[in-house]
Design a protein around this ligand. Structure first.
Ligand SMILES: Cc1ncc(COP(=O)(O)O)c(C=O)c1O
Length: 446
């Protein structure tokens, strides 16, 4: 059958193709079932905002490897930096043979993260590992055990990561017991704001819930840190009221509780600033970073107050692969590209286009209960118009249909009824509109 032709997207209507079929069979036979897959997609090559599968179908990428590719697939400067690095050394291991890219990236991260104080950085390999190390440093510095995260938050799949995470299925079901001294406080959900409250009243109410939490669940004197996503990612791209974030931040200050901003998904330009904390006027004590830091190389970081970062004695934090040279040179090239091409500015304008487009669609399709986001961290939430109940089946069908038409999308939210957009910020307006038109077509079909 003929491929469905547009300017960028080109997919055959009889997916999956023969090579994909074969690989799917081998995947089922040899790869652990628990490593989930969002789509029956085997990638052959990728460039910018386009993915080509092993059968030659071309897709527009609205998922960006779950927010890892703000700088795009294979940015040329990043590829060049990695190739040059490969010709010199691959991995002397920072704990054995130090190398300049680690120090240069640590310095750069201290310069670009919010916070007008002396900072240091620790480099690691994955997001969950950054979260683990931020918690270790916070406990060591404060000499307190407790860590507070928030309902619908996501912080990774390690034991501590899932303990801080607040979605049971699929992230933690029957995998406990969870790490002790971890607590969940309520996080706002503006879509579900009780009707009589104004936005500001709702924000104050949420802060008062946090104050009550410190009376009912955990004494502030026992808390080392609060870890918060400034905008929730897996939880459904929920943007909290600024006065809630600042309210919690101020309470932390008053009680000597460290504030850790988990910017693993919000960071590196996605929300219209390099880091989302800037939107909320906060200067976190520690920030966890990963995903788009290095255009897909496995790298993460904890950056923050020098005194907290120095709380651990030599050898207490780090790891064999932490701050791999390939990741460091990639990250330096990514940051350079973001500054040169003003990718945070691009995120802001992309976000406006996305919200405008879906606001118009929502006016005609009441199943779109909300269009929300900050910068290009945008999402739509689907609910049954009759009673406002979540519509996860429709979201799954829409994502599936879009994939069949050549757009790679991701769901989110505890009910699975949110569709989130994480396109590479290098996606052109023309590509963006082609993808959105495909989504519109799919939505109208369904
Ligand atoms: C906010 C946040 N924290 C932590 C993580 C965990 O990162 P990783 O999957 O690299 O361990 C993620 C991943 O989605 C995330 O979005």
């Amino acid at each position: 059958m003929d491929a469905q032709q547009r300017k960028y997207v080109s997919v055959r209507p009889d997916l999956p193709g023969p090579r994909t079929e074969q690989l799917l069979k081998r995947r089922v036979e040899y790869v652990s079932r628990g490593a989930g897959n969002n789509h029956p997609l085997f990638v052959d090559s990728a460039e910018g905002a386009l993915i080509v599968d092993v059968d030659g179908n071309t897709y527009l990428d609205f998922a960006g490897a779950i927010g890892t590719l703000n700088a795009g697939h294979r940015p040329p400067e990043v590829v060049r930096a990695i190739k040059e690095q490969l010709d010199r050394y691959i991995h002397p291991c920072f704990h054995v043979g130090m190398y300049e890219p680690y120090v240069a990236l640590a310095q750069k991260l201290t310069e670009i993260t919010p916070g007008d104080y002396a900072k240091k950085a620790l480099l690691l390999s994955s997001g969950a590992e950054a979260v683990e190390n931020a918690v270790k440093l916070a406990r060591k510095y404060t000499n307190r055990p407790g860590i507070v995260s928030f309902t619908r938050g996501f912080h990774g799949r390690t034991l501590l990561g899932m303990s801080l995470t607040s979605k049971v299925k699929p992230y933690k079901f029957r995998m406990g017991p969870y790490a002790p001294a971890t607590y969940k406080a309520p996080y706002p959900y503006p879509l579900h704001r009780p009707a009589p409250m104004t936005e500001e009243e709702y924000a104050l109410y949420c802060v008062s819930q946090f104050e009550a939490f410190l009376l009912t669940e955990a004494a502030p004197e026992e808390l080392a840190a609060v870890i918060m996503e400034p905008v929730q990612g897996e939880g459904g791209f929920i943007v909290p009221p600024a006065s809630f974030v600042r309210g919690v931040y101020d309470i932390c200050r008053r009680h000597g509780i460290l504030f850790i901003a988990d910017e693993i998904q919000t960071g590196f330009g996605r929300t219209g600033h390099m880091f989302a904390s800037t939107h909320f006027g906060i200067e976190p004590d520690l920030i966890t970073l990963s995903k788009s830091i290095a255009a897909g190389l496995p790298l993460s970081a904890v950056v923050g107050r020098a005194d907290v970062m120095d709380a651990a004695d030599p050898g207490e934090v780090g790891g064999t692969y932490g701050g791999s040279p390939l990741g460091c040179v990639a990250a330096l090239a990514v940051i350079e590209q973001m500054e040169r091409e003003d990718l945070p500015g691009r995120a802001a304008s992309m976000g406006e286009t996305l919200r405008r487009y879906f606001a118009e669609l929502a006016a005609r399709h009441p199943v779109i209960a909300e269009v929300r986001g900050l910068g290009a961290m945008c999402a739509i939430e689907l609910a049954h118009p009759a009673d406002g109940s979540p519509a996860p089946d429709l979201a799954a069908r829409l994502i599936r249909r879009c994939f069949e038409k050549g757009v790679v999308l991701l769901g989110a939210g505890i009910y699975g009824n949110v569709i989130r957009f994480l396109p590479p910020l290098v996606m052109t307006d023309e590509q963006l509109l082609e993808g959105l038109d495909i989504m519109k077509e799919a939505l109208e079909e369904l």
